[in-house]
Design a protein around this ligand. Structure first.
Ligand code: PNS
Length: 159
């Protein structure tokens, strides 16, 4: 079985993530959306909340599962017999950081990273931008699924 992981903070999941997950799901037998810790970022949602949003928005993809992991991504790949890490590349600004992580992961474990070009309609989209807009009352309904939009509104309102 060809199994891939789409790793990320998913804080929260956006249409950009979902586009990559859907396209990965057509290339692999199984895709695991792994909600991981990024030590360089403070999160708005708990891991449980992020997983729930990811589950609700990926349930239509039959070969996609959602999981979480507190540790190195390569250890998760080893434990779950995952052959490939799939990541979206939005622009050249993503490249240095993503290349560095891909090389560290390859060197450490032999797990391949495959980059997918983000669809042009999503190239400006990030969870950080969505959170910034939502914080100041901006409309993010074209950037995230309804369930995520509702969760953002509630969190901004202090719930
Ligand atoms: O959505 P993000 O925040 O860009 O995702 C980054 C993430 C969570 C995939 C990355 O920080 C990660 O893999 N964290 C787990 C720990 C790890 O394996 N770090 C990379 C080796 S230095």
């Amino acid at each position: 079985m060809k199994r891939a992981v789409c790793p990320g903070s998913f804080d929260p999941i956006t249409f950009g993530h979902l586009d990559i997950i859907e396209r990965a799901s057509s290339q692999f037998d199984e895709v695991i959306v792994a909600v991981l810790e990024n030590r360089t970022k403070a999160s708005l949602f708990t891991v449980g909340e992020r997983m729930e949003m990811a589950r609700k928005t990926t349930s239509k993809f039959k070969n996609v599962k959602v999981d979480s992991w507190h540790g190195l991504l390569v250890d998760y790949c080893k434990e779950n017999s995952i052959q490939a890490i799939v990541k979206g590349l939005r622009a050249v600004t993503d490249f240095d950081y993503e290349l560095q992580m891909a090389q560290v992961n390859l060197q450490g474990s032999g797990v391949e990273t495959m980059f997918m070009a983000t669809a042009p309609t999503h190239s400006f989209l990030s969870s950080s931008i969505v959170k910034e807009l939502a914080h100041f009352g901006g409309d993010v309904s074209s950037m995230v699924p309804g369930v995520v939009n509702d969760a953002l509104k509630a969190r901004v309102a202090g719930k």
